[in-house]
Design a protein around this ligand. Sequence first.
Ligand code: HEM
Length: 109
Amino acid sequence: MCIDLWFGGLATTTNTTTWAISFVLHNLEVQDKIHQELDRIIGSDRLITTADKNDLPYLNAYINESQRFTNLVPLNVPHPTSRDTVINCYSIPKGTGVVAQISTVMNDE
Ligand code: HEM
């Protein structure tokens, strides 16, 4: 279980953080808006906590967009189909292992 959490949580979190910081370094206008929101909601007298999440819509949107743009998890983990399915003329019986390609959604204009 510890290995699962390690593999599931490490690259996803560090890649999110690394790319999100990299993007703000190249988008000073966005960086300024995040800063303004943090100044307004958090101020400088305390640390940010998860309880602040709902009050920081711009920062949340920024993190979501960073994850979409970096294509953070291009391939999902395998799941079995719950019923017989037909996709593009291909017949996929119930119980077949399938992997959703998340990038097709993230890059769908
Ligand atoms: C930005 C951070 C993360 C992203 C983008 C992410 C993404 C994902 C995705 C796409 C799945 C597959 C969901 C599905 O079943 O279709 C998943 C599952 C999982 N993630 Fe994460 N994850 C993140 C952080 C973490 C962290 C921090 C941990 C552990 C501390 C973790 C542990 C797991 C585990 C154990 C599963 C399998 C859950 C199951 O058994 O169904 N993830 N994650």
